[in-house]
Write a protein of this length. Structure first.
Length: 159
């Protein structure tokens, strides 16, 4: 079974959203055989990836950074999407952190990078804004020698 993981920005500007969806769909539809999709189900790239993966028939693996992860969601709509996707996950992996910290996010991101065959990064190419951000996980995956597919539209700044 092929395993594709995701890392990406929570905030995706409208002008790149369609490009991101098309790119994720292309990666997820372009495989042979059974597929597992690994995601922390955060708002933005993680949730978009998980939705498309499920549409493509993949088994979803929810990688939960901490016990209080639900408290990290800023609005009810993104929390509801998280709960819906988590409920559809075929498997759940929980990091051993009580609270949602940068260290917990880094642990979840590196677990995804360690466990996947390919990492998809919805990433503007800039350094991470905190430990465990997209840039950190991309660098970690590349150090492991994992193939990384970056999806972004050049020249579009992240919010």
């Amino acid at each position: 079974m092929k395993r594709i993981g995701v890392t990406g920005h929570r905030s995706i500007p409208d002008e790149v959203l369609g490009h991101v969806r098309d790119g994720l769909r292309s990666v997820l539809e372009g495989h042979e055989g059974p597929l597992e999709a690994l995601s922390s189900l955060a708002d933005g790239a993680d949730q978009i990836f998980a939705d498309i993966a499920l549409e493509c028939g993949a088994d979803l693996v929810a990688v939960i950074p901490s016990e209080d992860y639900e408290d990290a969601f800023e609005d009810e709509a993104s929390l509801a999407r998280y709960r819906r996707l988590r409920g559809r996950a075929a498997q759940e992996v929980r990091m051993d952190f009580a609270h949602s910290t940068d260290e917990a996010y880094y642990a979840a991101g590196t677990w995804i990078a360690d466990s996947c065959d390919r990492l998809v990064a919805v990433w503007d190419g800039l350094p991470a804004r905190g430990l465990g951000g997209t840039g950190d996980i991309v660098a970690y995956a590349r150090e492991l020698g994992k193939p990384v597919t970056v999806i972004w539209r050049e020249g579009v700044p992240r919010d």
